[in-house]
Design a protein around this ligand. Structure first.
Ligand code: ASP
Length: 327
C-alpha cells in the first residue's frame, strides 16, 4: 500500500481486524509478539476448518495475483491453495518471460496493472527490497514471498508456527535453535533469526566459514539481547538443540561454481548423526533439499519438514484473510 515515510511498516501492535486490513507484509521486522499470537491463533483456526470442511467461502470473490520472478514450488502453490481453500481465485504469473516484464516493464507498473484485476499481490523477486518497491507502487496489499537474499517473512512465520505447534505448547521461550547450512545467502534464516528475537531463545549458527550469517543480521539479534554463537561443527551444538533448522546451499547465488562445489556437501543430516540429538526436538527445512538431509531420516518422528509445509498453508490462509479484512 502507498506509504508516507521511508520506513512505514511499523509493528502493528493493534490486533484488530481493521488494523490488519490492507497491510503489506514485507519484513518480519513489522511484527511484535502480540502480532504473532494473533496470526498463529487465526492459523490454528484455519487448520481446524481445513481438517473439518476442507474449503470454505471466507474470501469468495477475492482474487490473488501470484507474481513469481524466481522459481518456487511450495510458496507459490501454498498461496494458491490457501486462496482457493478460502473460496477465492488466483492469477498465477510464474513464467515472467511470457508477460510484459520481458518487454522491459518496471516492477511498479506491473503491480499497478495487476491490482486493477486483483485484491492482493504475492511477489517473489530476485532483488533485495523489491517487495517494498512494489508496495510503494500498489494500493492493494503486497506480500513478500522472498526478495533475493533479503527476507522471506511468510516462511519465517510458518517456521515459527511450526515450532509452536510441534514443540511449543504456546511457548518458544527457553529453546535453543540451531540454524545450519548457507546462512549467508539463505533468506529464510535471515527472517527466522530476526523473528525469533521476539522470544527468549538461544541461537546457534553452524556453517562453513564462507557462508556465515551476515553481520547485519547478527547485529540486529545482538541489539535485542539474544545470545548467539557461531560454529563450524554441528557436533558442538546438536545435543543441546531443540530446533535444528537445515538449509540448502543456495547454488544460484554463487558467482564462482568452484566455490559452490567446495561447500555444497558441508553438512548432511543422517540417522547416525541424529543419535546425539534429544528425543524431544525437531528438524526443519524450508525445502527444497538437495542432499543436506538424508532421506533415511525422513521416517524419524523428529523429521518435521513435510509437516512444516502443511503449516505453511494455514499461515498463508490466515495472512490472506487478515489483509483482506476477513479475520
Ligand atoms: N524455498 C526457500 C526459499 O525460497 C528455501 C530455498 O530455496 O532454499 O528461500
Amino acid at each position: 500500500m502507498p506509504t508516507e515515510s521511508q520506513s512505514p511498516h511499523l509493528p502493528f501492535g493493534d490486533n484488530t481486524r481493521a488494523a490488519w486490513y490492507g497491510q503489506d507484509i514485507l519484513s518480519v521486522k513489522q511484527f511484535d509478539r502480540a502480532d504473532l499470537e494473533y496470526i498463529f491463533g487465526v492459523a490454528h483456526e484455519m487448520r481446524g476448518m481445513v481438517e473439518r470442511i476442507g474449503t470454505f467461502d471466507l474470501l469468495k470473490g477475492k482474487i490473488l495475483a501470484n507474481l513469481f520472478y524466481e522459481p518456487s514450488t511450495r510458496t507459490a502453490s501454498s498461496f494458491m491453495a490457501a486462496m482457493q481453500r478460502l473460496g477465492g481465485s488466483v492469477i498465477p504469473i510464474n513464467e515472467v518471460k511470457y508477460s510484459s516484464v520481458s518487454k522491459g516493464e518496471s516492477l511498479g507498473d506491473t503491480v499497478r496493472s495487476l491490482e486493477c484485476y486483483a485484491d492482493v499481490i504475492v511477489l517473489r523477486h530476485p532483488e533485495v527490497g523489491s517487495a517494498a518497491i512494489a508496495a510503494e507502487a500498489a494500493s492493494k496489499p503486497v506480500l513478500n514471498a522472498g526478495d533475493g537474499v533479503g527476507e522471506h517473512p511468510t516462511q519465517a512465520l510458518l517456521d515459527t508456527f511450526t515450532i509452536f505447534e510441534e514443540l511449543g505448547e504456546g511457548q518458544i521461550d527457553g529453546m535453543t535453535v540451531t540454524l545450519l547450512g548457507d546462512l549467508k545467502n539463505g533468506r529464510t534464516v535471515h527472517s527466522l533469526a530476526r523473528l525469533l528475537t521476539l522470544y527468549d531463545v538461544k541461537l546457534n549458527y553452524v556453517s562453513p566459514d564462507i557462508l556465515k550469517m551476515p553481520q547485519e543480521v547478527k547485529d540486529e539479534v545482538a541489539e535485542k539481547g539474544i545470545p548467539q554463537a557461531e560454529f563450524t561443527r554441528l557436533e558442538d551444538v546438536l545435543p543441546e538443540t531443540d530446533v535444528l533448522y537445515v538449509t540448502r546451499v543456495q547454488k544460484e547465488r554463487f558467482s564462482d561454481p568452484a566455490e559452490y562445489e567446495q561447500v555444497k556437501n558441508a553438512f548432511v543430516i543422517t540417522p547416525e548423526i541424529m543419535q546425539s540429538a534429544k528425543d524431544e526436538m525437531i528438524v526443519m527445512h524450508p525445502l527444497p533439499r538437495v542432499g543436506e538431509i538424508s532421506t533415511a531420516f525422513d521416517t524419524d518422528p523428529r523429521a518435521a519438514y513435510f509437516r512444516q509445509m502443511e503449516y505453511g498453508l494455514y499461515v498463508r490462509m490466515a495472512l490472506l484473510a487478515m489483509v483482506l479484512g476477513k479475520a
